[in-house]
Design a protein around this ligand. Structure first.
Ligand SMILES: [Zn+2]
Length: 427
């Protein structure tokens, strides 16, 4: 199961509808939480409790013995109760759950609450208390009106139709980008951030292994001069200087990203210049938030393109150890900003889907310093490497593009993860 987050482009009326559904979801959570606590207190009778934080109730004194006559609160029980409450509620009350609101919108929070309680009890049983300063109790707390807005719909509630998502009651909302998955949608979370709505679709795959190019092994070098270079060893990798590999893919940092990064700096300065508490400052903050959201989208998009491209190239791909990538100064800021862990996460699940093997090189594997043609290790001080894009091997005379050479060295066969065993020269 994989989540795909897609930005939405709702009309004003649709955005108001989303607000209403998110509010229903929040109210259902709060209603269920207080009802859960009430039933629990009813059941445990004489047990004394200590209030921790805003809502947490922690038992004190002797452990209680539950009243067997009263059932313990459950999601199913609360769901039934909510239906009754709704049937009998006088008109004008419980407005948050009046149709046209899909039933799932106020039923899912009840399930989520049950899940949250069991997670809480599991943690307590293990002796872990995960309360923080804002919630010392560590269990479920009421959702405030300022909390981020979201609601859940199941797979049956919606349909993806071209560039649109179809919701209950015939609402068709435009998607900002085409969905890039095959498979069945099982659930969806709609959420708002900085004034714009997105939907995260949970998709179940029919696992269909596409045939990756047999016998191709590639390495990925996250880049100093580019975003990423994927290279493979050629049969002709030889000391004649013809080069020691071929680039399968060279991905650059998207131009739009660099431009938007400059705009981000300007917008941040705008906020700093405005008077604290002023209307203009609020507006500037809104603009900055929207821009952050846009940048996040661009990043996600660039990473998806990159990782989708990579798994089509080879039967196995090698990557550097995470600590090596993030610890090296020469690795561009773009890699860190684009989200190295997100890159690895996407690469791993897409590789699993496509039947491509991922191998991680051992820590401190000197991918950049080995000549991929003759295998000689070059021991140059770190400063000498800075800013170098091309270099020539002093042993065999091969000319190298720095990133491509490193990528070729990272193909799994080169570092010993492949079928042929280690081929590394002694370092
Ligand atoms: Zn060489």
């Amino acid at each position: 199961m994989i989540a795909h987050k897609i930005r939405l482009d709702p009309t004003d009326a649709q955005a108001r509808l989303f607000d209403e559904w998110a509010e229903a979801s929040r109210c259902a959570w709060n209603w269920a939480l207080s009802e859960w606590e009430r039933q629990h207190l009813d059941r445990v009778g004489g047990q004394r409790f200590k209030r921790v934080g805003r809502t947490g109730l922690v038992p004190v004194g002797e452990p209680w013995s539950p009243d067997p006559e009263r059932p313990s609160p459950s999601a199913a029980g609360l769901s039934r109760l909510l239906t009754e409450v709704r049937r009998e509620a006088p008109l004008g009350t419980l407005r948050w759950m009046r149709p046209p609101i899909p039933a799932r919108v106020y039923r899912q929070p009840i399930r989520d609450l049950a899940t949250a309680w069991s997670a809480y009890h599991r943690r307590r049983a293990l002796g872990q208390r995960r309360g923080g300063p804002s919630n010392p109790f560590g269990g479920p707390v009421p959702k405030r009106i300022e909390a981020p807005r979201s609601f859940y719909l199941s797979g049956q509630d919606l349909e993806i139709d071209g560039g649109y998502v179809e919701l209950p009651f015939g609402h068709r909302v435009r998607l900002r980008e085409a969905p890039r998955f095959r498979g069945r949608v099982v659930g969806s979370t709609f959420s708002e951030r900085a004034g714009s709505w997105s939907v995260a679709l949970t998709v179940e795959f029919e696992r269909k292994r596409q045939e990756p190019p047999a016998g191709t092994h590639a390495g990925i070098r996250l880049g100093a001069s580019t975003l990423a270079t994927v290279g493979a060893r050629t049969a002709a990798a030889s000391p004649d200087g013809a080069g020691a590999g071929r680039a399968l893919l060279a991905a650059d940092v998207p131009a739009a990203y660099a431009r938007d990064l400059r705009r981000l700096r300007r917008l941040s300065k705008d906020v700093a210049r405005k008077t604290r508490g002023s209307h203009n400052r609020r507006k500037a903050i809104q603009r900055l938030r929207r821009h952050h959201a846009r940048l996040a989208d661009l990043r996600r998009d660039a990473l998806h393109k990159l990782t989708t491209g990579i798994v089509r190239l080879a039967a196995s791909v090698g990557v550097e150890d995470a600590a090596d990538v993030l610890g090296v100064e020469s690795i561009s800021r773009a890699v860190a900003e684009l989200g190295f862990y997100e890159f690895r996460r996407q690469l791993e699940y897409k590789a699993a889907e496509a039947g491509v093997e991922i191998a991680v090189a051992e820590r401190l594997f000197p991918a950049a310093r080995l000549c991929s043609a003759c295998g000689a290790a070059h021991r140059l001080p770190e400063e000498r490497w800075r800013g170098v894009r091309r270099w020539t091997c002093v042993h065999c005379g091969a000319e190298h593009d720095r990133d491509l050479n490193a990528a070729v060295n990272l193909d799994p066969v080169s570092f010993g993860a492949g079928p042929n065993g280690p081929e590394l020269p002694a370092r």
